[in-house]
Ligand binder design. Structure first.
Ligand code: NAD
Length: 511
């Protein structure tokens, strides 16, 4: 299982070894149990990582807490300058880091590169933000009074992230949280520890070169127990959680109990609607990437295709043809020609098998395409299309993190929108149409109820400039651009009396 046996030079470039400490609180360490990092494309162990025990997690929070006054006292543009250097260091490591994302998560290399690029882009965004963090001044109703709003950092931000975006989600959170003046304790997914370690090494290198304690970006490694320790610690005023709806709900309830803040980015159940007047070729291309890209393991993956009955057969025919061509491009995610890689682990394959079995045998669905595990090493399954299920079937209503898409047929945009909105989740949604009337109905109050509402593009592949997140059981959080920075700061409403009288608000006389 040795790294050197596998001959991945990029692991050495990133300072990874066969056995890695998974805790960083200013120093590398960890005394929890040893876990294995497994490559989804081979099923083989890449390296081992020592996890953190709860006391070490608390120590890491203490160190991040100690580092906070120094970090928060720097002028925001100075913090921005350091984040700029982090962006540059990520640029220098773009290739090996992307290769590591591909190797450990299993997504194809262009998507691994896209993830690291997203981190670089949000660093650039955060640098600009560091010179633009606003405050406001309002007219006071009282003479010689100033009414203002100022934003201050929160303190230590806890970031708990999912396996499927092992670096980008941390990038969104850390770059913005850092320019806002917070320190961070990060727990990545248990199955992508090497990405977390390599990323933390890069960032702490920059901090330390600038005379800043590396514990500004502390890292802990482990599963639910480690996550819970962060969630329950009252010294962590904000928990930014990305993961499944079930775990996110537990996290939110625990944080609410202690009156902390939470930012939730949870599961999706995203629909793509194809109206009668849609540009079909474009809709098919978008659907293919949205349904099978990342082997269906994006929170924004299209899980439901809602097709107008007039174009349904033609669309489905074209889609199946496109899926056929994907089958020829299945392979090692690190190789150039590959378009479709593995699922993340054996558990995901087992779940895929159970779901396809239930669809076919128990719920009466028709498997239009795929439906089987692929016989090769690693965790590969066929991209799958299923039709004939009722929209309210439990499996349709639940997010299955695999490349399975359900087909529905409607006769009107109104019915299509009702189907789109008829699930608990509210992350991403798309409509393909050429009608301006449809577009404005779709983006209006009676249209999509999701956080991401697209027109003539697929459901996945958001940009960093806008706020990312979803409604309902997706958790309501927003990350990345727009005003998502507000999550990472506390608002102070300030009234200053610079006169010699003491007038009361609302004209109250109290004398
Ligand atoms: P998961 O919920 O199993 O795990 C997410 C993180 O929570 C991991 O780091 C995990 O170790 C940790 N965790 C598990 N139990 C915990 C507990 N009791 N307390 C604290 N932390 C705990 O999710 P996953 O399988 O890694 O990721 C897939 C899910 O994430 C999907 O539902 C997907 O839609 C969602 N996701 C959402 C977004 C978004 O932006 N909305 C982005 C990526 C992934």
């Amino acid at each position: 299982y040795l790294v050197t046996d596998l001959n991945y030079g990029f692991l050495k470039q990133l300072g990874l070894t066969t056995e890695n400490p998974g805790l960083y609180d200013g120093r590398w360490g960890g005394s929890g149990k040893v876990i294995e990092s497994i490559s989804p494309s081979t099923g083989k162990v890449i390296a081992k990582v020592r996890t953190s025990i709860p006391q070490e997690v608390r120590n890491a929070i203490t160190e991040a807490h100690k580092a906070w006054p120094q970090w928060a006292s720097l002028p925001a543009p100075t913090r921005g300058e350091i984040v700029r250097q982090i962006g540059d260091e990520l640029r220098n490591n773009l290739k090996p880091l992307s290769q590591l994302v591909s190797l450990e998560m299993g997504k194809i290399l262009p998507e691994g590169i896209g993830e690291v690029q997203e981190f670089i882009d949000i660093c650039d965004y955060a640098v600009g933000l560091s010179r633009m963090l606003p405050g406001s001044m309002f007219p006071s109703e009282r003479k010689n009074h100033a009414l203002m709003e100022k934003w201050n950092p929160l303190g230590v931000v806890g970031v708990i992230s999912a396996f499927n975006f092992p670096i980008a989600v941390y990038g969104w959170n850390s770059a913005i949280a850092m320019v806002c003046g917070n320190t961070i304790v990060w727990k990545g997914a248990l199955t992508t520890p090497l990405v977390s370690i390599a990323t933390t090494k890069i960032i702490t290198g920059v901090l330390e070169r600038n005379g800043i304690p590396g514990s500004v970006v502390s890292l802990v490694t482990g599963g639910p127990e480690v996550g819970e320790t962060i969630v329950e610690d009252t010294r962590v005023p904000l928990i930014s959680f990305t993961g499944s709806t079930n775990v996110g709900k537990e996290v939110a309830l625990k944080v609410q109990e202690r009156f902390g803040k939470f930012l939730l980015e949870l599961g999706g159940n995203n629909a793509l609607i194809v109206a009668q007047d849609a540009e079909l070729e474009m809709a098919v291309r978008a659907a293919v990437f949205s349904c099978v890209g990342t082997a269906g393991q994006r929170c924004t993956t299209t899980r439901r295709l809602i097709l107008h009955s007039k174009i349904k057969n033609e669309f489905l025919g074209k889609l199946k043809k496109a899926y056929e061509s994907i089958l020829e491009r299945i392979g090692d995610p690190l190789e150039n020609n590959t378009l479709y890689g593995p699922l993340h682990n054996q558990h995901a394959v087992d779940e895929y098998k159970v779901i396809t079995y239930r669809n076919k045998i128990l719920c009466g669905g028709k498997i239009e395409f795929g439906g089987k595990q692929i016989e090769r090493p690693g965790f590969y399954v066929e991209p799958t299309i299923i039709s004939g299920l009722p929209a309210d079937a439990k499996i349709v209503q639940t997010e299955t993190f695999a490349p399975i898409v359900y087909i529905f047929e409607t006769n009107s945009l109104e019915d299509a929108v009702a189907l789109n909105n008829g699930v608990q989740q509210g992350l991403s949604s798309s409509l393909f149409t050429k009608s301006i009337e449809n577009v404005f109905r779709w983006i209006g109050p009676h249209g999509s109820d999701c956080g991401i509402v697209n027109v003539n593009i697929g459901t996945s592949g958001a940009e960093i400039g806008a706020a990312f997140g979803g409604e309902k059981a997706t958790g309501g959080g927003r990350e990345s651009g727009s005003d998502a920075w507000k999550h990472y700061m506390r608002r102070a409403t300030i009234t200053i009396n610079y006169g010699n009288d003491l007038p009361l608000a609302q004209g109250i006389k109290f004398e």
